[in-house]
Design a protein around this ligand. Structure first.
Ligand code: HSE
Length: 428
């Protein structure tokens, strides 16, 4: 049997699909239980099609999606265009036309997943998207299948390769944010508009999807607090290092007494924590659960072959379901009502960078502000900021988000202090 696919888009990831189908032909044929063939490929213009043909790509290129949607021989639509529109409309039409869909589009699934999954269910077709989170790391199937018996209590992830590359350079080589960004753009990691990568938006999309698989909760994207790496200063990087930490952009999903806390933010990680070793463009997902305990899944979060590997795995699973007449199985069965955490139940350690006049009594005055909110210091470091000023860096013991809000309000209101960055700190 042959299962035909229609590719929407023929960019970096899509062109990795024929590579795998060719290079791993026998295994894919045996385990997909069918030959997987590329039926049609949607591109933007006839010029793009001509260009691809001239490069030696021998496919039936089309410029109108209807050519794929109305082709009854195409069973699976593989969307690799990215962004929201027209991908959303094309996927919706494909599902309504009774086609199975594979996508790597995290923006779309994070923002409109509920609607599209309902459409897939109504039309009794499959919709799989392993590549949408951490590209080459098979994390979604791991959570929904291998960890099916476990109860997950926390998921921490280094989920954006671009910002991780930049922070690695800032931490290890002392580059400025701007130098790191220019290098990431020159290497093709960051887009010319790198907003989603550096502001934590791309990682927050992945956190939204992970929440469905790890906690069964489809939380609204707006409920995920996100802060980017553009606020991190050279002083933060150096001070964190001196105190025994590296700074990384970390996605965090944590079960609390009242519900789920979801956040993406620059985070201080102790240098002996497994996530501290995740450098350059690599991604990792660190899972805490009552059964396994701690486990970490590490690998490339983007790139042609890694991402195409996850995409082809989805295609193969659907192909097997077609052959065995079992289509329409949900990609993830874990589903429970979303409950978000109350701030008084969200506790972490925090790093606070405060600038003050380097005069008598300043440290004791700052300590009084913390004492007022029953916050105790874990580590304190004072360094010269200039001739007259000092940086006082505090790492607190565990405090609630509410206590944090109250103390930062007091520091900001004081004429003696200028509050710099406040970051979460992992570890006990
Ligand atoms: N821009 C993303 C990253 C690619 O840098 O990780 C995968 O989503």
């Amino acid at each position: 049997m042959t299962v035909k696919i229609g590719l929407l888009g023929f960019g970096t990831v899509a062109s990795g699909v024929p590579y795998l189908l060719q290079e791993n032909q026998k295994k894919i044929f045996d385990l997909a239980e069918a030959e997987i063939a590329i039926g049609k490929v949607l591109v933007k213009s006839s010029e793009e099609a001509q260009h691809l043909v001239a490069q030696g790509h021998d496919y039936d290129f089309v410029t109108d999606v209807e050519a794929i949607l109305s082709d009854e021989s195409i069973a699976i639509v593989v969307e690799l265009m990215g962004r929201i529109e027209p991908a959303k409309t094309y996927i919706a039409k494909a599902l309504q036309a009774g086609k199975h869909v594979v996508s790597a589009n995290k923006d779309l699934i994070a923002l409109h997943g509920t609607e599209l999954l309902a459409l897939a269910s109504e039309n009794q077709v499959s919709f799989a998207y392993e590549a949408a989170v951490a590209g080459g790391i098979p994390i979604l199937r791991t959570l929904s299948q291998s960890l099916i018996s476990d109860k997950i209590t926390r998921v921490l992830g280094v989920l954006n390769g671009t910002s991780n590359y930049m922070l690695t350079k800032m931490v290890e080589s002392g580059w400025t944010y701007q130098e790191a960004l220019e290098s990431a753009q020159a290497l093709g990691y960051a887009e010319s508009d790198p907003t989603n990568d550096v502001e934590g938006i791309d990682a927050a999309y992945k956190v939204a999807i992970l929440s469905r698989f790890a906690f069964g909760m489809a939380i609204d994207f707006e409920a995920i607090h996100h802060q980017g790496i553009d606020v991190i200063t050279a002083n933060d990087v150096a001070t964190a290092k001196e105190m025994g930490y590296v700074i990384k952009l970390v996605g965090d999903l944590q079960e609390t007494a009242s519900g789920l806390w979801a956040e993406v933010a620059p985070t201080l990680i102790p240098t002996n924590h497994p996530l501290a070793t995740v450098n350059d463009v690599m991604n990792a997902v660190y899972v805490e659960s009552i059964g396994i305990g701690q486990s970490m899944y590490y690998g490339p979060g983007a790139g042609q072959k890694p991402t195409a590997t996850s995409v082809v795995a989805d295609i193969m699973q659907i192909s097997r379901d077609i052959v065995q007449d079992k289509v329409g199985q949900p990609f993830n069965r874990f589903d429970q009502p979303s409950r978000l955490a109350d701030l008084e139940h969200v506790s972490h350690r925090y790093y606070l960078s405060v600038q003050a006049r380097d005069t008598t009594g300043q440290l004791s005055h700052l300590a009084q502000l913390f004492e007022k909110h029953a916050i105790s210091f874990d580590q304190v470091l004072q360094e010269k900021a200039s001739q007259e000023d000092a940086f006082i860096t505090v790492i607190t013991h565990e405090i609630t988000r509410q206590q944090l809000q109250e103390v930062t309000k007091d520091i900001e209101a004081s004429v003696d202090f200028e509050l710099g960055n406040v970051f979460k700190v992992l570890g006990d």
